[in-house]
Ligand binder design. Structure first.
Ligand code: M6R
Length: 366
């Protein structure tokens, strides 16, 4: 059932182009340049009454929610907060009937996420679920459900579920923007075109897995490393770091690149690996200057950028290029080399990739 792959995780990484296509499916009306989401039962009037959005999830799903925050704020201009579910209820969040709560869960059974959903409903909020399991508790209790058609995810480390959750957020963000009129039709068209091109671009990244494997092997000899980025690159850095810790047991930290000099830079010493993501045009120069700060202290920097950029290579030791895409969509590509990086690092260290120690696929205790 691993279809010729050595591990479920690798199989699931390679299933991503299909998962993207299936999750977009009939939800994109290319001819009309719009998103159709019949599963969202909200009337335009109800959508217009949303004053704030709370995104609540755990682990990797929370990281998808961080991207979701940027996407919704950018496209729909509604303020969004993203919380980890185990914190949300205990900070007495301000939830009103004008709050839209989005819960994100691959399994749909995560106890903290489910409890957050119930609390949101108790306070009168409408709840949209983004989940991979039709008929799960989260799917049953939410008002509206966007199913991510990633197919069953067996490996404990989440890969295709995360990227399908991103697709769910892109679709929902565009749907809100269409209804609210907060984005130009040509802009929506551009993002939609970018979305439809993603599966093929992921395939191109997967063809270069050997290059990532070499970097992973170098990294596997280290005890500690950093992931840095700004904006959406920072959100992906967090996910890359979690994935690496989860299956390779190598300690890593994700840092907003501009925040390093406020303390963490003290940890940068000769030879320490730093994975630097620099795909966001508007933040590029600032990120490069942060990269120079770590380089000057001896870090070994592996940079990820977009094809066409010629600057990053000058500032780092090695680069990996993702195909060009709309900056908003970059996370759906940049995470793929990071997934491969953690997979090959775990493999090089001889760990049980699919079943890392101490962890369960679905966390049903609070
Ligand atoms: O099933 P869920 O999406 O609710 O699970 C949430 C987390 O437990 C999960 O994403 C976890 O962080 C993964 N093992 C990370 O790869």
């Amino acid at each position: 059932e691993k279809a010729g792959f050595d591990h479920f995780m690798l199989k699931e990484i390679y299933e991503q182009p299909k998962a993207y296509r299936d999750t977009m499916g009939a939800r994109i009306d290319a001819a009309a340049s719009k998103v159709v989401l019949p599963e969202i039962g909200m009337t335009p009037e109800q959508i217009r009454s949303i004053r704030q959005v709370h995104i609540v999830a755990c682990g990797t799903a929370y990281h998808a929610g961080l991207v979701g925050k940027s996407v919704i704020e950018h496209l729909a201009r509604i303020p969004v907060e993203t919380d980890v579910a185990s914190e949300y209820r205990y900070r007495s969040p301000i939830i009103t009937p004008e709050t839209l709560v989005i819960v994100v869960s691959q399994s749909g059974e995560t106890a903290d996420t489910l409890a957050a959903l119930r609390e949101a409903k108790r306070c009168g909020a409408r709840v949209v679920a983004i989940t991979n399991v039709v008929g799960s508790s989260v799917a049953r209790e939410a008002d509206d459900v966007i199913v991510t058609w990633a197919g069953p995810e067996i490996a404990v480390a989440s890969t295709k579920a995360y990227t399908s959750q991103l697709i769910g957020f892109y679709l929902f963000g565009l749907y809100l923007a269409q209804t609210l009129g907060t984005a130009e039709a040509t802009y929506i068209e551009e993002v939609l075109r970018g979305l439809r091109e993603l599966p093929e671009k992921v395939e191109r990244i997967l063809e270069q897995s050997e290059a990532i494997k070499e970097v992973a092997e170098q990294i596997s000899t280290h005890h500690s490393l950093f992931f840095i980025g700004r904006g959406l690159d920072y959100a992906v850095a967090l996910e890359g770091s979690l994935k690496l810790k989860e299956i390779s047991y190598i300690h890593s930290e994700a840092y907003a690149a501009g925040e390093l000099k406020h303390g963490t830079l003290a940890l940068i010493e000769e030879g320490i690996p730093v994975i630097a993501l620099a795909t966001q045009d508007a933040l590029f120069e600032k990120t490069v200057s942060n990269i120079k700060e770590v380089k000057a202290r001896g870090a070994q920097v592996f940079g990820i950028h977009m094809e066409g950029d010629t600057e990053l290579a000058k500032a780092v030791d090695e680069v990996f290029a993702i195909p060009q895409t709309h900056p908003l969509l970059a996370p759906a590509l940049t995470v793929v080399p990071l997934q491969l990086l953690s997979y090959y690092a775990s493999l090089a260290l001889g760990h049980d990739v699919d079943k890392p120690r101490n962890l369960a696929k679905s966390v049903t205790v609070e």
